[in-house]
Design a protein around this ligand. Structure first.
Ligand code: SF4
Ligand code: SF4
Length: 339
């Protein structure tokens, strides 16, 4: 597998990485075996977060004996310095390591969150101190909002940007990624398979191979999946006219219902967890029933609080019929839980 340098950071990683969500429901031994298989195939970059239950622990066990040859990235969604410092220490313990190669501020997707993490006493202060102490090597940021990510990039404080990127979420390639490259940042592509919505892995990775400055981090839950992805990288093929037509068909089929998880619709004054509820179909495809319940069960309960005021739909840049989709997803979820 080819190596790639993440921006100006002295971080050499494999051209595809490993996303740590799908190992959550796997038994420990199986998860460890999948991670080691990926490493044996040449994947050296492993991304997780301490909000992904058990993922850090499993990666810690799998990578302990090969720690120096692996690049570990994790993240905190804490916004203040105290919370971020606690999370970082927890990650170090769970990952069984003395250092984290890339520590990211997680899902900074609106200006308020960005202002908070960068303010005095904010999370950035803690991670910057941890970098001085040698607990982390580089600082990155992840986001779902192009506008907020553009502002974060302009600060020059982050060495990497993690952002959703696939053939139905390709807008970042227009302005955001060029700006990040101009600022010498490495780019990590989350959700290369649309968060589980896109089933044609061949099309997804061929599209991504046309943007080789992005390091995708597919979630991998089985050795077979890793074999298939790595094979696509061993024999890269450009997108054919037939592929492009198929991509257009998929885009238009998903167009009216696909939630990009940008969270522009949030917050809802009634407390409805819109983007989590709309994530249900993708979660159901990727995770076990127990994991789906644990992950979005509480969010599903908030759908009943919707008063159909329509404010969220007005804020959605993709014009999604949100209140209809909430009801649709709740009905599907209830059916899924009962089946
Ligand atoms: S339509 Fe429902 S979910 Fe949307 S903002 Fe109004 S109450 Fe919240
Ligand atoms: S419903 Fe629309 S605004 Fe809300 S997260 Fe999804 S795509 Fe973004």
């Amino acid at each position: 597998m080819k190596g790639i340098r993440l921006g100006a950071a002295a971080l050499e990683v494999s051209e595809i990485g490993f996303g740590g969500i799908p190992i959550i429901p796997l038994p420990q031994e199986e998860a460890v075996s999948v991670v080691r298989h990926c490493f044996d195939l040449g994947i050296t970059f492993f991304d997780t977060a301490n909000m992904y239950p058990t993922s850090e622990e499993k990666l810690g066990i799998a990578l302990k004996s090969i720690r120096k040859n692996a690049v570990i990235a994790t993240k905190t969604a804490q916004r203040d310095a105290k919370g971020a410092a606690e999370h970082l220490d927890l990650s170090l313990r769970q990952l069984q390591t003395d250092w984290i190669d890339l520590y990211q501020l997680h899902n900074v997707s609106n200006q308020e969150a960005l202002d908070h993490v960068l303010a005095a006493g904010g999370a950035y202060e803690a991670v910057s101190k941890a970098r001085d102490e040698g607990k982390i090597r580089f600082i990155g940021i992840s986001s779902h909002s192009i506008a907020t990510a553009m502002e974060a990039v302009k600060t020059g404080l982050f060495q990497t940007l993690q952002f959703p990127f696939n053939f139905i979420e390709s807008d970042p390639a227009n302005q955001l990624f060029p700006l990040a490259i101009q600022n010498q940042m490495g780019i990590i592509g989350m959700k290369p398979l649309g968060g589980g919505v896109l089933e044609r892995a061949d099309l997804c990775f061929r599209f991504l191979q046309g943007h080789s400055y992005v390091v995708p981090i597919p979630g991998i839950r089985a050795k077979k999946e890793a074999d298939e992805i790595v094979e696509l990288y061993r024999n890269p093929q450009p997108l054919s006219q037939v592929d492009l037509k198929e991509i257009e068909n998929i885009r238009s089929a998903l167009g009216e219902k696909f939630c990009h998880r940008c969270e522009y619709c949030m917050p809802c004054e009634q407390g409805v967890q819109i983007s989590s509820v709309l994530m249900f179909p993708a979660a159901a495809k990727r995770l076990s029933r127990e994991a789906v319940k644990g992950w979005i069960g509480k969010a599903m309960e908030t759908v009943e609080q919707c008063v159909e005021c329509g404010e969220c739909a007005q804020k959605c840049p993709y014009n999604l019929p949100i209140s209809d989709l909430l009801k649709e997803n709740l009905a599907l979820y209830n059916q899924y839980i009962r089946s």
